[in-house]
Design a protein around this ligand. Structure first.
Ligand SMILES: Nc1ncnc2c1ncn2[C@@H]1O[C@H](COP(=O)(O)OP(=O)(O)OP(=O)(O)O)[C@@H](O)[C@H]1O
Ligand SMILES: [Mg+2]
Length: 298
């Protein structure tokens, strides 16, 4: 059975950050302990009900892709056994599938997004301007259409509650310098292309994905945070894909659809979510893990 954890509690470790999903602790030796909880956020608001096992699934999917793409881009994982770093008396079973030990990196302040298909904010920007993040695209493309070539469409990391904003590559250069900007773009596209081809072989379209990067004391670049999870990526079942319509995806669509039926203004506090919607969302995450990585939790 998957475990359920809404909020981690690790006495003796320094809590650096409680994000929407992850709790981040400092470890000696410039390392982090990152725990993925079962918190569910929608429209950037954390909802009161957890999705049991979601953090385990997210961590297992990330670990799968970090291993698969390690030959392309170095990543933050250190592979230290959790039993060595958890405080004495911690329930190892509660943490072992949802926590990782990583290098503690300096975040590159950009959401590194690669898109192979025209959907979401990319589709919105294209309709308004014919371009995405300043990259001009051919005229006449339809919603969810595959792009001639995957593109790098960075956005700025918004403060809590705000929505991220698409920016041009030049804006990234201005923020972090040309060399790092180029490295991030190359790494993002390399990972996207590799993963999209892998997913295609399993009957799944990887429409787009968001990566985060960080640098170490020597300025070396690593991919960090989560990788190619249903939270950070749009996965579409290939057999249901059709140009011109927004395809069903493996992510929070059930929850979003449910929330759209409510009279809720999408600011905190979020509403309770019925057990049926929780159950269907849980099943979707499990299906993504099974179909992509052949991993069964439980
Ligand atoms: N190896 C790493 N070194 C430093 N920071 C990291 C590393 N891996 C992940 N992070 C940071 O840890 C946090 C993970 O928390 P989580 O994903 O829940 O945050 P979030 O809700 O997406 O965003 P926010 O940080 O704005 O709350 C992110 O801020 C991420 O940038
Ligand atoms: Mg995050």
């Amino acid at each position: 059975m998957p475990t359920t954890l809404l909020q981690s509690d690790l006495p003796g470790l320094e809590l650096l950050h409680r994000g929407k999903v992850r709790d981040v602790y400092a470890l000696p030796g410039n390392r982090l302990l990152i725990v993925a909880s079962d918190r569910l956020s929608a429209f950037d608001v954390v909802l009161p009900d957890p999705i049991p096992g979601k953090g385990e699934m997210l961590t297992q999917i990330s670990n799968f892709w970090f291993a698969k793409t390690g030959h392309l881009v170095p990543n933050h994982l250190l592979h230290t056994p959790l039993s060595e770093v958890l405080p004495a008396g911690t329930d190892l079973a509660l943490y072992e599938k949802r926590a990782v030990v990583t290098r503690r990196l300096k975040p590159v302040p950009v959401e590194a997004i690669a898109r192979g298909y025209l959907i979401g904010s990319g589709w919105k920007d294209y309709q308004a301007t014919g371009a995405v993040c300043g990259i001009a695209l051919p005229a006449g493309l339809k919603q969810a259409q595959q792009l001639p070539e995957p593109i790098f469409t960075p956005s700025t990391k918004a403060a809590v509650g705000d929505h991220d904003e698409n920016v041009s590559f030049d804006a990234v250069v201005a923020a972090v310098g040309a060399e790092l900007a180029e490295q991030v773009r190359e790494a993002t596209l390399a990972i996207y292309k590799w993963a999209a081809a892998y997913a295609a072989g399993r009957g799944i379209i990887l429409a787009d994905t968001k990566l985060e990067f960080g640098t170490d004391e020597d300025g070396k670049l690593y991919v960090m945070d989560e990788m190619l999870t249903p939270d950070s990526s749009r996965y579409w079942p290939a057999d249901e894909y059709q140009v011109g319509i927004s395809p069903p995806s493996y992510d929070k669509q059930f929850v979003r659809d449910y929330l759209e039926t409510l009279d809720w203004n999408k600011t905190a506090p979020g509403p309770r979510v019925p057990a049926e919607v929780i159950g269907r969302t849980e099943a979707k995450y499990a299906e993504a893990l099974r179909r992509l990585a052949d991993i069964e939790l439980g």
